[in-house]
Write a new protein. Sequence first.
Length: 276
Amino acid sequence: MAGAVFWLAGTRNRKVQTKPRVSGKILKRPQKLRRSVYLLPSAFTVGNIFAGFFAVTATLNGRYGSAAIAIGIAVVLDFTDGYVARLANVTTDFGSQLDSLADVISFGIAPALLIYTWGLPGLGKFASFSAFFFLMCGATRLARFNIQLKDLKHFAGLPIPAAAGFVAATVHLFGTPPEGQIFTIGFAGVTYLLSFLMISTVRYPSLKRVNLGRGKSHLNVLLLALLVAGVIWYSQPVLMALAGVYLCTGLASRAHQFVKFHLRPAEFSTEELKID
């Protein structure tokens, strides 16, 4: 009987002694996993920087199509790093600052070089100023975004990835710039339109609200598959259409606001007169 009591006491002591070691092993794995999760969004941001650097070097070597594709890849990586950070709940100030610096390279310098060399060749100082103005407005847009309260529904002004994506989609669509002053004047007008929209207060929808939850998983997968198939088989028109539609959403929203606040009061006043 005494031996059984001592045996039970020994087993209890062994359990108490082994608990810290087991719990220690269990605690180490989440810590390592947490660190890797913190590094995952930054890895996408580094890929964004590399894509922007590749776009710059490709533009300097006259490979404009490759530069446009690199900017498009940077747009995808920029969306992915933010989505992964929000999904894993690992948003940090360091990641935000690194993302902004990456955006200046990929969506500021790279498209500005395309504007100067591909869209406005041979125009000298006007081309230089147009490219610089695009870059300056893009940097201003990023600085304003960093100090403003984050709105998950709308952006104030055209996001710089969308502006750079429109330039890249145009280069990808035409390949070689058409000859003639009509295209040059039109491209210059688009450049200044994109620049002013970036520093404006026109509201653009935020893709941060894209819901990939379980309730609409089948529909989301279907739409994503159709989009990927369209980009693979008809990349030039599909990408140009996507960039153009997003650009027009903000203009349509501003037109709707103008009609709502300037024309409807007149309608209300006429209705009141009829009632009187």
